[in-house]
Design a protein around this ligand. Structure first.
Ligand SMILES: [Ca+2]
Ligand SMILES: [Ca+2]
Ligand SMILES: [Ca+2]
Ligand SMILES: [Zn+2]
Length: 569
């Protein structure tokens, strides 16, 4: 039972400010020991109040930009401005920050006294995500989240470990507070006019009893890590560093720094962007092959880069890593694809990631026939037959066979799933202009298979295709005919097409019929087809007329009529 004042819980980020002289610095830290006289600590907290109250004068105010020498209009203070807790003599002025030799800043988590509603994995993943988010703000600062802390079981001040943990009997998070960040720094110089400030240690302490939506727990962690980098609070309710949020309104629980906050952190540390990795192409191998993969990373600042390789799928293999290069021997038997992930990290733990799939499986799927069209560019002067591309393919195999024969006549390897028609019927005699010539031969069936080093897919069928050249009448065209029937599904397609390769424009018509009576139904009149143009006629399952023969009829005044009759069923 609460205090009964209000049933609407509101969590407010406010702060309580304390000044503390460190009392037990370890002797093996000469730098800190020397600075003991000016080591300062500040707590910035998130306070849970019900109803909302300005109990401790909370609420941030915009800092005086002129004091900080920063150009801009951000209403965001620095941690050492102590804006939320009243004026204090040793606050304000040069903002505290981490020095480059402290970066990337190692932070770790303690699970002791963890919120009962939060799993250890979820806690770690929220911290991991928040640290990664700050690492993408393009500033010369970054977190190295090292998972659970190696030393101790709960957070402690002055232990040289930057810890994220939960409150306990020490009761550091008091009243209705949700979390606090406890930072310490020293002034440079220790005595005399302030020039700079260097953070020494930060601990984030989360109340062990808060009950807020997941997004707000994530927001609290991201917000507190913002303090760790040197932020105070923002006066803009949309900013991650705003000092209050309402757990009933998840929209008040941002988990990403805004553009304004990115620019403030870049002002404080300078700009440093993330490295990039060139995309890795998937690899096809034979079982038992040795494989070497090289990642190629680059960094806008030419920071030194560190590569980490990790296997994320497939039968475990032994990775031999040498910088950007990884080698392994694949299992002797074909199995699921091996997937590797490479992460490249710059000096501030900004990172980029790529994955690569190494497969010793035959490619899956079947190329399906896609188009019959006049070739252009380097393929001009003929017809291009194309099939769909499949993933992870090294080469395609284009085959021709006699109609209704499964035995290939010839097969050739291709880089792309394209084929052409390099045979045809050539009529060398002229004859008379008013004759009609019926052709029933000269077509071949074409098909396409996709291959990697392990094997090939089944052949994807294509149409029956052929060509006619009759130089005496300037005829030069290619044509196709195809039936695509799925009897079990009651599906029937009938397709015919023609491309006028180089002859003068001719009229073409596409007919269906039987062997003895080929011209029963005209499915398309193409009109004149110019050289380089294609005409395609199609009967869908909704249409009638799926007969056994398809005939391409061509006419032109003063030339013979031709009929290419093709049995398709
Ligand atoms: Ca600590
Ligand atoms: Ca407490
Ligand atoms: Ca960089
Ligand atoms: Zn705060």
């Amino acid at each position: 039972m609460g205090d009964g004042l209000n049933d609407r819980v509101r969590i407010e980020r406010s702060s309580s400010l304390r000044r503390a002289l460190s009392s037990h610095l370890r002797s093996h830290q000469p730098l800190l020991a020397a600075a003991i006289l000016s080591l300062l600590a500040l707590l910035l907290g998130l306070t849970l109040v019900s109803p909302r109250a300005e109990a401790d004068g909370g609420g941030s105010r915009p800092y005086e930009l002129a004091q900080l020498g920063i150009v801009g209009t951000q209403g965001i203070s620095y941690f050492t401005d102590c804006d939320d807790g009243g004026i204090q003599s040793n606050c304000g002025g040069a903002p505290a920050h981490w020095f480059e030799q402290d970066l990337p800043l190692p932070v770790c988590t303690h699970q002791f006294n963890r919120l009962s509603t939060l799993s250890a994995d979820a806690f770690r993943s929220y911290v991991r995500d928040a640290a990664a988010m700050w690492n993408t703000t393009d500033a010369a600062v970054g977190f190295d989240y090292t998972e659970d802390c190696a030393f101790g079981f709960r957070w402690n001040g002055n232990n040289s470990q930057h810890e994220i943990g939960f409150d306990d009997s020490r009761n550091m998070v008091t009243g209705n507070a949700a979390a606090i960040s406890r930072g310490s720094w020293f002034d440079i110089p220790i005595v005399g006019p302030l020039i700079d400030r260097r953070f020494v240690e930060f601990d984030v302490i989360i109340d062990q009893t808060i009950d807020v939506p997941e997004i707000c727990t994530r927001s609290i962690i991201a917000h507190e890590l913002g303090h760790v980098l040197g932020f105070g609070h923002s006066s803009d309710p949309l900013d991650l560093m705003y000092n209050s949020f309402d757990p009933d309104q998840p929209s008040t629980c941002p988990i990403e720094a805004t553009e304004t906050e990115r620019s403030v952190i870049q002002d404080l540390y300078g700009v440093n962007r993330s490295p990039e990795l060139e995309p890795l192409s998937n690899v096809q191998i034979n079982p038992g092959d040795s494989v070497t993969i090289i990642a190629i990373g680059s960094d806008p600042e030419e920071d030194p880069l560190v590569y980490v390789w990790e296997q994320i799928a497939g039968t475990p293999v032994v990775l031999v890593v040498e910088g950007a290069e990884v080698s392994f021997t694949s299992p002797r038997s074909s199995g699921p694809a091996i997937e590797l992930q490479v992460t490249v990290t710059d000096r501030f733990a900004h990172s980029a990631m790529e994955t690569v799939r190494v497969s010793s499986e035959k490619p899956r799927g079947v190329p399906s026939f896609a188009s019959f069209r006049a070739g252009t560019g380097a393929l001009a002067g003929g017809v291009v037959l194309s099939w769909t591309e499949l993933e992870g393919i090294a080469t395609y195999e284009y085959c021709t066979s006699f109609p209704f024969s499964s035995a290939p006549l010839s097969c050739t390897n291709r880089a792309n799933p394209f084929g052409e028609i390099d045979w045809g019927t050539v009529v060398t005699t002229a004859g008379s202009a008013n004759q009609t010539r019926n052709f029933t031969g000269g077509v071949r069936e074409v098909s396409m298979s996709a291959c990697n080093t392990v094997g090939c897919t089944q052949h994807g069928v294509g149409p029956l295709v052929g060509g006619l050249e009759w130089p005496a009448w300037e005829m030069d065209f290619d044509y196709m005919a195809m039936a695509f029937d799925v009897p079990t599904a009651g599906i029937k397609f009938t397709i015919g097409g023609v491309t006028n390769i180089s002859g003068p424009k001719r009229r073409f018509e596409i007919w269906v019929g039987s062997v003895s009576e080929p011209l029963q139904e005209r499915i398309l009149s193409c009109g004149f087809v110019k050289p380089g143009s294609t005409c395609i006629g199609l009967l869908t399952p909704k249409d009638d007329g799926h007969l056994t023969d398809l005939t391409i009829v061509s006419t032109r005044n003063g030339t013979p009529t031709t009929e290419q009759q093709i049995r398709i069923r």
